[in-house]
Structures are given as structure tokens and as C-alpha cells.
Design a protein around this ligand. Structure first.
Ligand code: DMJ
Length: 577
């Protein structure tokens, strides 16, 4: 056979594999071929559908990343190409604990509910009556809830709401009111709220307004002792004391303007505000008793105390003691404010003398009427655990431990003011007759913040998460009993749960803000940089150099908290404080 016929027969052998007859005659090969074909088809189909699934997942993740980028941008956080997550978390005080995150979101939602109800039914008025769906001017028409809420909105990142409130302040907040205003309430809510909004946002409108209202309050200090009258007509500048108190000035009302007025002097460079309020403390020094406990009634003309009047860490005494400590912190704990700390420490010895314990180990702080001890404690006095915790680090280690222990014991008592009632909300005050366990006295609850405030301090300063859980319990009780469709109301009686008709402005200023901070990292509005006034308005601590006189120059530093990009605001921003 020639070479040509050999090659043609081998090529026809190769082609026969393509002929159906070849396979019909060989069933095993046919079966193998079919199996191979099916397997190859399935593999390629499977691969295509996997690719499709991956593509869908990638585009979902892409959307998610974009959404997160948007959220960060809305919070004023701009990421670079290679973000270092740890640094971002630290720098922007992000909470990474999922439980805290969820709780914080719930509190923010509660704030939005309270705020939106106020906007809808009481916009620009002092407070909302949620059941009647009306606004009431309980503070003379100064937009108390709105001004009290400014910093809470800012801190929670509610920028649209903050912007709307800011515009109302700029366009509609006026103080020329023929109204007998409380010097204390106007200072802690309005001056404090405006200054805090200024420190956070650097928007000068807030400082201008704070100065305007404070100038209207100043004539109240024109008494022979310099201890202020507690009421003033905002339009006429005529000051007086209410008749029901025998013409006396009240301790807390006269000794709770120091933080705000000193802050105003620091920010305006005008010392007159600081001078007025520091003089009050000098007057108190003259009559300061050895146990540091001042009666609540003081004659503004002679500067003398009514020695038979009540001594208390509750209503009418409370924030005087709080401010002794906080002015020392605001003044950078320097020589020029040392006397505040000394007075505070003396008063804390007095407080130890008023402290008792029940047979089941509940510690409580008594009141004193003349020489007799009254075994009664206001919920208002539940700010004490937080104050003790805040001041503890200024003591020697042994004393600090003792003070801290007392703070923790008192916080346990305050928490039980809540837990011991059917609604799990605290009454206004409690009795411990003969060292027996607590019995509720006045049984209303008006959404007060003091216990939550203390839990926030204790959690930050001990790192014990139990305090967060206690705060969460209280928050849930508010949600259950106080939340209605048009806001939050107090209870007329914590035993029955009967509701009142008032959403106090401090619920938005304090209760919800302290709850939000309770579930935030301690570096967020840190105690090193901020001091809270008694209405929970954080004021930036500015550098105050060692030995200058009490009116010495202070160096105002820029805010450490820029949650929102400042260019969101079109108004005159001015320099940061
Ligand atoms: C607030 O106005 C302030 O906390 C004040 O010091 C006491 N009373 C209310 C809240 O209970």
C-alpha cells in the first residue's frame, strides 16, 4: 500500500468518531459521551450563575459602602483613600459595642419623638402640654424647650432639627418681656443652653443672645450684699424676691449662676459677669459654717442666713454644692479657684454627717431643719452620687475610695427609688422613717434626670457597665409609662401610672442627653474638656493660667467636637470659640 492510501485510511478512522453510527454500534461509549456532555453543560451553567450571584452581592456591598460613606459624611466624617479604622473610631468617638449602639439609637429616636411633638404643637413656646396638644409659656416665652434642646440635637447629630432651631433663635428669640423671670431658671436653661450651643457650633448668634439675656438679668445682683434677688422683670430690669419666701433669696437660686457667667466673661472678654457671681461666693465664704452646710434662705441685704431654715441637698440647696465643685473644674483646678474646692470639700464633710443607712443597707442623705434631722431624701438629691464621683479624684487615694464607695451606694438607693414602684419610675421624694426602707412621699414623677445623670458619671468613672443597664431599665420605664402619641408626659402618681400633661424642657435638655451619653464612649464630650451646667449643658473648659486674679485672662480654645461640617451652615460662622 502506498503512503497516500495509508494516510487516507487513518484520517477516515479519525472522522468515524463524528458519525452517529459509530456510537449506535458502541452503547458504552454513547453513554460515556452523554454523561460527559451533561457534566460539561452543568459545570458551565453553574459557573455562570455563580458569577451572576457574585456580581449581585458585589453591587449590594457597593451600595452598602456608599450608604455608610453617606452616613459618615452626614456626621461630618470624611474618609481618605486608606482609612485607619482604629483612628477613625477614636477620633470621632464612635461606639463599637452593638448593644450600646442599639440603645443609643433608641434614645435618639425618643429625642426625635419629643422634639417633633414640640415642633408640631408648641413651636417657639416654652413647654409642650402633650395631652392638650398646646404650648405654654412657663418661663415668660423664651422658647425654653427649644433653647434647652439645642445642644442635645447637635450632640445627637440631628442637623436639620438643629438648623431649624438655630434659625428660630436668630430670627424670633427676644427677651424684652414684661415678665417676672426666675434668675436661676433663665440662667441654667437659656444662658446655659445658648452658651453650650455656641461652644459646640461656633455660631456667634448664640453668644450674642446669651449676652443679651444675661445683661437683662444683671440688675438682680444690685443688692447691698451682692447676693442676688431671685426674680427680675426682663423688660424693666426690676428685681425682687418672691413674697412666699419672706423676701429671702434662695441658696441654689443665688449660687448657681457661676459656671454660666464665668463662661460668658471668658467668651466675651467682659469681666463684669464673672465679677458679680464670684462676689456671691465671697459673701458665702463669710458666713460659711464649719460643716459647709448653708441653710437655704439668705437675706440679700445683710448677707446673713436664716439659721432655722432648711439644709438640704434636694430642692433649693442642691446645685449650690454642685457648682462649688464644677467652678473648680471649669477653672482648671488652679490656684485662683482653689477656694471653691476647699468649700466643696467642707460641704462634703457636712454631707457625710447627714448620711444614714437603713437596716437593709440603703444609704440616704437626710435633710436638716434647725437642729433636727429629717429622714427625707428628694429624687433631686440623686445628682449627689455623680457629683461625688466627679470630685473623688481630687482627694488622696484612700479618701477618694471612700467617696467613690459612698457615690456607688447612693446610686444604688436612687436606682431603687425607681425599681420600688409599680411603674418603675421614681417619686419626687422618699422617707426612711427610723432607718426603715424607703417609702415614697410625694408620688409624682416629672421626667427628672438626676439619677440618670449620676449613672452616666458613675459608668464613665468606674467603667462598670451595670450602671448602663440600670439606665436602660429607667429609659424603658419612661417609654412604657410616659410616652404618648404627642410627646412624653410625667406621672401624677408613680403607683397608679396616672399621667400629667407636661413635657418638661429638662427632659430634652438633660434626661435624654444623659441617657445618650450613658451609651456613648466616655471620650465623647469628655470630662477633660467639658463641664456640664446643672441643666446638662456642656461648657468647654478653657485654659485659665495658674495665678492670675479671679478675673484673669482665659484662653479660649477651639471646640473639640465638630460632628457636623461647619460649611453646612450658611450664616455668619465667625471664629470657633
Ligand atoms: C433642672 O432644671 C436642673 O437639673 C436643676 O438643677 C434641678 N431641677 C431640674 C431637673 O430636675
Amino acid at each position: 500500500m502506498g503512503r497516500r492510501s495509508q494516510s487516507s485510511s487513518s484520517s477516515s478512522r479519525a472522522w468515524r468518531h463524528l458519525s452517529p453510527w459509530y456510537y449506535l454500534k458502541r452503547p458504552t461509549r454513547l453513554a460515556l459521551l452523554i454523561v460527559g456532555f451533561v457534566a460539561a453543560t452543568f459545570a458551565s451553567w453553574n459557573r455562570l450563575s455563580l458569577v451572576r450571584d457574585y456580581e449581585a452581592e458585589i453591587s449590594r456591598l457597593d451600595e452598602e459602602v456608599n450608604r455608610l460613606y453617606d452616613q459618615l459624611r452626614m456626621a461630618g466624617i470624611y474618609l481618605d483613600e486608606n482609612p485607619n479604622i482604629e483612628n477613625i473610631i477614636k477620633k470621632h468617638h464612635l461606639e463599637v459595642d452593638p448593644v450600646n449602639n442599639a440603645r443609643r439609637e433608641k434614645v435618639k429616636e425618643a429625642m426625635l419623638h419629643a422634639w417633633n411633638s414640640y415642633v408640631k404643637y408648641a413651636w417657639g413656646q416654652d413647654e409642650l402640654q402633650p395631652q392638650s396638644k398646646n404650648g405654654v409659656n412657663t418661663f415668660g416665652g423664651l422658647g425654653a424647650t427649644l433653647v434647652d434642646s439645642l445642644d442635645t440635637l447637635y450632640i445627637m447629630g440631628l442637623k436639620e432639627e438643629f438648623k431649624k432651631a438655630r434659625d428660630w433663635v436668630a430670627e424670633s428669640l427676644e427677651f424684652d418681656k414684661d415678665y417676672e423671670a426666675s434668675v436661676f431658671e433663665t440662667t441654667i436653661r437659656v444662658v446655659g443652653g445658648l452658651l453650650s450651643a455656641y461652644d459646640l457650633s461656633a455660631d456667634k448668634i448664640f453668644l450674642e443672645k446669651a449676652r443679651d439675656i444675661t445683661d437683662r438679668l444683671l440688675p438682680a445682683w444690685d443688692t447691698s450684699s451682692g447676693i442676688p434677688y431671685n426674680r427680675i422683670n426682663l423688660a424693666e430690669g426690676k428685681a425682687s424676691n418672691p413674697g412666699w419666701n419672706g423676701g429671702n433669696s434662695i441658696l441654689a437660686d443665688s449660687g448657681t449662676e457661676q459656671l454660666e457667667f464665668i463662661a460668658l466673661s471668658q467668651r466675651t472678654g467682659d469681666q463684669k459677669y464673672q465679677q458679680k457671681v464670684e462676689n456671691v461666693i465671697r459673701q458665702f465664704q463669710k458666713i460659711f459654717p464649719s460643716d459647709g452646710l448653708l441653710p437655704i434662705n439668705i437675706n440679700p441685704h445683710s448677707g446673713a442666713v436664716k439659721s432655722y431654715s432648711k439644709i438640704t441637698f434636694g430642692a433649693m440647696g442642691d446645685s449650690f454644692y454642685e457648682y462649688l465643685l464644677k467652678v473648680w473644674i471649669q477653672g482648671n483646678k488652679t490656684e485662683s479657684v482653689k477656694h471653691y474646692r476647699q468649700m466643696w470639700e467642707t460641704s462634703m464633710e457636712g454631707l457625710l454627717g447627714l448620711t444614714r443607712k437603713t437596716s437593709s443597707n440603703f444609704y440616704y442623705v437626710c435633710e436638716k431643719n434647725g437642729d433636727s434631722l429629717s429622714e427625707k431624701m428628694d429624687e433631686l438629691a440623686c445628682f449627689v452620687p455623680g457629683m461625688l464621683a466627679l470630685g473623688a479624684s481630687g482627694y488622696s487615694p484612700e479618701k477618694a475610695e471612700k467617696i467613690m464607695n459612698l457615690a456607688e451606694e447612693l446610686a444604688w438607693t436612687c436606682y431603687n427609688f425607681y425599681q420600688s414602684t409599680p411603674t418603675k419610675l421614681a417619686g419626687e421624694n422618699y422617707y426612711f422613717h427610723g432607718g426603715q426602707d424607703m417609702v415614697v412621699g410625694t408620688s409624682w414623677n416629672i421626667l427628672r434626670p438626676e439619677t440618670i445623670e449620676s449613672l452616666m458619671y458613675l459608668w464613665r468613672l468606674t467603667g462598670n457597665k451595670t450602671y448602663q443597664d440600670w439606665g436602660w431599665d429607667i429609659f424603658q420605664a419612661f417609654e412604657k409609662n410616659s410616652r404618648i402619641e404627642s410627646g412624653y408626659v410625667g406621672l401624677k402618681d408613680v403607683n397608679t401610672g396616672t399621667k400629667d400633661d407636661m413635657m418638661q424642657s429638662f427632659f430634652l435638655a438633660e434626661t435624654l442627653k444623659y441617657l445618650y451619653l450613658l451609651f456613648s464612649p466616655p471620650s465623647f464630650i469628655s470630662f477633660d474638656e467639658w463641664v456640664f451646667n446643672t441643666e446638662a449643658h456642656p461648657l468647654k473648659i478653657v485654659t485659665r493660667h495658674g495665678n492670675e486674679g479671679s478675673s484673669g485672662d482665659a484662653e479660649v480654645q477651639s471646640t473639640g467636637l465638630l460632628l457636623m461640617p461647619s460649611d453646612l451652615y450658611r450664616h455668619d460662622k465667625g471664629d470657633p470659640p
